[in-house]
Design a protein. Sequence first.
Length: 256
Amino acid sequence: MIRAFGALTLTGFREARRNRITLLIAGFAIALLLFSTVVADVSVAKIERVLIDVGLAGMSLMLVVLAIFLSSSLLGREIERRTIFMIVSKPISRGLFLVSRLAGNMLTLAVLLGAMTLVFWVELVVFNAPFRSHYLLAIAALLVELLVLSSVGFAMSSCSGHVVSAMVTAGVFFAGHLAGDIYQIAERAKSVPLEYLGKATYYLLPNLDRLNFRPQACHLIDVPLTEALGSFAYGIAYAGVMVGIAVLIFARRDFK
């Protein structure tokens, strides 16, 4: 089982790595990171602040787009190419196949995030800016956020087409960053049903602001260890629930 999991994970990693969209987004993200050095040169603001703002925001934007694309389209491609029938005919459970593909996607995203972090570090070295622990925390939280989005994308792609999956996952990303606002609006609602609906929406959506430590990194605000670990645990738990839902749906899906 472990050998099969590793083989399927590496296969998913290779397929995602060879995807033209992956290469395009990776190249664009690294170019954006390098462009931040030009912005820093002409900006009247503090150089380190500009590098952090543009660098972390660029990594987040590009990898979120890639996570949505990969997670929402991978299963659809397997079904369209009919390769899914070769997999399910082997003594491998559908759940193992799904989790392995998710692991392959996350490995792809982690490798790209590591490469972008390396470019980011080189930029800071060139401008004699220190690489602080605040930046590592923001980058680690971004990886957990990508896990949450990927799990949502896989859950959606297990029961729908890639276009619908991508739209819903993108909607979850935007709504997840507005979850706190949704809760505040629900509390102020004069209608009890609207209040309950708003609060239910808040609890169903992933609160992605809990995984956004980029403002703290930009302003060098220390984050308590308990808060950081609690946010990571929240994101991993939410992803685990979504993966469980995806496995249940995928196990019962008819591919005929």
